[in-house]
Design a protein around this ligand. Structure first.
Ligand code: PEP
Length: 249
């Protein structure tokens, strides 16, 4: 039985003051009422603030990107070992905003995924198609090539210590959500693809849905057989909404 994971992606939002408020609300939750593991992926400068406030709570810490390199002359980059130093458990790799604005490719995402695992982090591999790709009927080809790059570099066993997030690009930050049926269909296809390589890894793999998940649509999405949690952007900035989604899991 897969446990549910509800992970917040704060994106480039927050301040010391607003984070203090949000983190305090998260850390004061009655965790016993939740069926889901919680995590927050915060901007790099706020890792130590989040680690301090969340210490002793079950909320796990994550970052939003990582360098493919271990160390050296890569100005502006942050290594996986640095994230581990700050108590990160998770790191997003291949978020669609990194792919579309910062040139991440399937190959560089595969390198980031591998670098994260070398440092003991659990990568959350983000995959998903654009609207044009969905309309052209190539959703699964796109998602498969995103997965295959990681499988080619790290092998299927690497997915036993990773999470996949299916995030249709057309649903991220748009208020437009995939219907539970549309999301379930892709999640099932992702699991089936992994199953061909390793049925046990596939059965245990957490596959999150991301894309305008909100308190009012979370329960039905999270009820789908192959949806094992959510990657939450906008709604993770409001403690009440993020926790309502977690409660729906
Ligand atoms: C995301 O950034 O991963 C995301 C799912 O954003 P939103 O929930 O705002 O669509």
């Amino acid at each position: 039985m897969r446990t549910k994971l509800v992970a917040g992606n704060w994106k480039m939002n927050g301040s010391l003051a607003s984070n203090a408020h949000l983190l305090a609300a998260l850390s004061n939750t009655v965790f016993a009422t939740l069926n889901a593991q919680l995590a927050v992926c915060v901007p790099y400068p706020y890792l130590s603030q989040a680690a301090a406030v969340l210490a002793g709570t079950p909320v796990l810490l994550g970052a939003q990107d990582v360098s493919e390199h271990a160390k050296g002359a890569f100005t502006g980059e942050v290594s996986a070992a640095m994230l581990a130093d700050f108590g990160c458990r998770y790191v997003l790799v291949g978020h669609s905003e990194r792919r579309s604005f910062y040139g991440d490719t399937n190959e560089s995402v595969a390198l980031k995924f591998a670098a994260a695992q070398v440092a003991g982090l659990t990568p959350i591999l983000c995959v998903g198609e654009t609207l044009a790709e969905r309309e052209a009927g190539v959703t699964m080809q796109v998602v498969s090539s995103q997965l295959d790059a990681v499988l080619a570099k790290s092998g299927v066993a690497a997915l036993s210590t990773a999470v996949v997030a299916y995030e249709p690009v057309w649903a991220i930050g748009t208020g437009r959500t995939a219907s539970p049926g549309q999301a379930q269909e892709v999640h099932a296809q992702i699991r089936a693809r992994i199953e061909q390589a390793d049925p046990t890894v596939a059965a245990n793999l957490q596959i999150l849905y991301g894309g305008s998940m909100k308190p009012d649509n979370a329960a039905e999405l999270l009820r789908q057989k192959d949806i094992d949690g959510g990657l939450i952007g906008g709604a993770s900035l409001v403690a009440e909404d993020f926790l309502a989604i977690a409660k729906a899991a």
